[in-house]
Design a protein around this ligand. Structure first.
Ligand SMILES: CC(C)(COP(=O)(O)OP(=O)(O)OC[C@H]1O[C@@H](n2cnc3c(N)ncnc32)[C@H](O)[C@@H]1OP(=O)(O)O)[C@@H](O)C(=O)NCCC(=O)NCCS
Length: 209
């Protein structure tokens, strides 16, 4: 019988094209429940939404989920003071997105293949990112989530801090939600991994990292 459980591994520079294909497919399919196709296209065009910040791969803080060798999801974290790849200070583009405070790990660029949505892959990636960040002594997490991503983060005990948006030419604004959580806050403890990834080279997120 085929093993359809996802395995996790660190993303490599050579994965970049496959990851970006997945990101575009994910956004253009799954985000249409919350944004119009025109808003998504404008966000891609004007802010580079759906392009991967290569620093995440080079920092060794970005993961891919694979099923039978195919990338079905990606996500990670960063200690850099940046919440989104689209926030590029030298672009001069308009947004009211705040910088995360120093010491907080920013959960970054979590995308799941549309045909694999709703199977726990998003949760697996976020928990792996959190566990990895805990190993580097971070106990507070922040995410600039699409509206589509909010139910996932709420499920993982993130609390909404506010709404912010990017101004789009001709299409109004593209809204994101800022969410955060801190270990130990309101009795929160680091959650155990949703499931242990299968496979010999799988990254095994540490339960209490
Ligand atoms: C957001 C996203 C990553 C979720 O990935 P996923 O693998 O489908 O999510 P999971 O199956 O791990 O869901 C975990 C929990 O989140 C919640 N959840 C996820 N998607 C949900 C949805 N569309 N509606 C309601 N709840 C949802 C559920 O409570 C679920 O728990 P349950 O299965 O116990 O009910 C995926 O929808 C996606 O890639 N979206 C497009 C890109 C994007 O917007 N990424 C977010 C960037 S911040």
């Amino acid at each position: 019988m085929q093993d359809l459980r996802p395995t996790l591994r660190h993303a490599r520079p050579c994965d970049r094209d496959a990851i970006e294909r997945l990101m575009r497919r994910s956004v253009r399919t799954l985000c249409t429940r919350d944004y119009s196709a025109r808003q998504i296209a404008a966000m891609e065009r004007e802010f580079g939404f759906g392009r991967l910040d290569e620093a995440l791969i080079l920092d060794g803080t970005y993961f891919v989920a694979e099923i039978q060798g195919a990338i079905v999801g990606s996500g990670g974290w960063s200690r850099r003071t940046k919440l989104l790849a689209v926030r590029d200070d030298d672009t001069g583009l308009e947004s009211d997105l705040p910088h995360p405070p120093p010491g907080k790990a920013a959960i970054r660029a979590v995308f799941v293949h549309p045909e694999m949505a709703g199977r726990g892959i998003g949760r697996l990636l976020v928990r792996a990112a959190e566990s990895d960040a805990r190993k580097k002594c971070h106990d507070a997490f922040e995410i600039a989530a699409t509206l589509t991503g909010v139910p996932l983060y709420r499920k993982l005990d993130y609390r909404t801090k506010g709404l912010f948006s990017f101004g789009l030419s001709g299409d109004g604004r593209f809204a994101f939600v800022l969410l955060s959580k801190r270990d130990g806050e309101h009795g929160l403890r680091p959650a155990a991994p949703a499931q242990r990834p299968a496979g010999p080279d799988a990254e095994s997120p540490a339960p209490n990292g």
